[in-house]
Design a protein around this ligand. Structure first.
Ligand SMILES: Cc1cc2nc3c(=O)[nH]c(=O)nc-3n(C[C@H](O)[C@H](O)[C@H](O)COP(=O)(O)OP(=O)(O)OC[C@H]3O[C@@H](n4cnc5c(N)ncnc54)[C@H](O)[C@@H]3O)c2cc1C
Length: 290
């Protein structure tokens, strides 16, 4: 697992790189390409895509760096432990950061690899027909990105790795700690929106835990995973925006809105989902006679 987590962090970084490249390709093309005497970047449908691509790059990078920080800390403590006995406080830190690294790695890998795919897809969309042909880089990024959500554990396996931290309250307690942190005044409203998302998220987690229906939990796990990541990445991008508003204010505004749309959608799906609904999904893949 330690080896795999190391590799997963690498794929998360690779994914952020391709996400960024796809965004840059899309941006440059959208600035140059004119239709109806207008640069296509000025069409809302296009700048909506581009701004969400940028927000995914920034929020994705934020969770990558946060994970890398946790890994750095526990690895440094592992190194010290090879030379001498750790103090009880150091041992507690080592345990804490190992757990945080374990909890964050599947989020950083899964979300960034999916974002790389989404951004590569949108980069082609922005290029129109030119994106589909070999002359432009966007088609290569699209093929490169496709493996990221598969190797070193598919996204479905990242969800499997993360679900225990969803049900045992690890993520909720981190989210609540982060909600306690100060953000500068201009971001207070966005933070309030994240706090509201957290209430919906916690309600979903508690409902699923209380019902104790394993199949339903497995079925809804991906949605819970995405809610977790959407909220954590919103808080990380808000922290970045507070420290460097000139770099991250716009992405924080776009990402929190994106997260809100996702979290609310998942909340409605989960709240309306009855255990017997699983059957529609299971049976839809079977022949009538089966
Ligand atoms: C270019 C490339 C390079 C690679 N490099 C390496 C390498 O260096 N080292 C290495 O070890 N491997 C490598 N692999 C293999 C790669 O890690 C596997 O392909 C990947 O882990 C998926 O396993 P699989 O192909 O057996 O798919 P499967 O495990 O058969 O998965 C098929 C589908 O079922 C889903 N699924 C499977 N199990 C579950 C579950 N429990 N819950 C929910 N859904 C599930 C998956 O998400 C997927 O959608 C490489 C693959 C490629 C294509």
């Amino acid at each position: 697992m330690a080896l795999m987590n190391g590799a997963r962090l690498g794929i998360a970084a690779q994914s952020v790189g391709v996400s960024q490249a796809a965004y840059t390709e899309g941006l440059n093309y959208a600035r140059e390409r004119k239709q109806f005497d207008t640069a296509i970047i000025d069409f809302p449908a296009v700048y909506d895509m581009l701004s969400r691509m940028k927000a995914k790059v920034d929020a994705g990078r934020a969770i990558l760096y946060q994970t890398a920080r946790y890994v750095d800390i526990y690895k440094a403590l592992d190194d010290i432990a090879r030379d001498r006995k750790l103090t009880p406080e150091e041992r507690a830190e080592q345990k804490k950061y190992t757990r945080l690294a374990d909890a964050f790695t599947p989020l950083a890998k899964g979300m960034n690899s999916e974002y790389a795919n989404q951004n590569a897809y949108d980069a082609i969309q922005i290029h129109g027909g030119s994106g589909f042909i070999m002359e432009y880089k966007s088609q290569r990024l699209y093929r490169d990105a496709r493996i990221f959500s598969i190797y070193e554990g598919t996204t479905q396996l990242q969800v499997v790795a993360a679900i225990r931290y969803i049900t045992n309250g690890t993520y909720i307690s981190i989210i609540k700690e982060m909600l306690e942190e100060e953000v500068s005044g201009e971001f207070a409203g966005l933070k309030e929106r994240v706090a509201k998302m957290t209430i919906l998220y916690e309600e979903c987690v508690n409902t699923i835990k209380e019902e104790g229906n394993q199949e339903k939990q497995d079925f809804l796990a991906r949605r819970l995973y995405e809610m977790t990541a959407d909220i954590l990445m919103s808080l990380l991008i808000l922290a970045d925006a507070s420290k460097a508003p000139h770099l991250f204010t716009k992405s924080a505004n776009v990402y929190v809105r994106h997260a809100e749309e996702e979290v609310n959608g998942h909340y409605l799906f989960i709240k309306n989902f009855k255990p017997e609904d699983v059957e529609f999904y299971r049976q839809n893949n079977r022949e009538p006679a089966e």
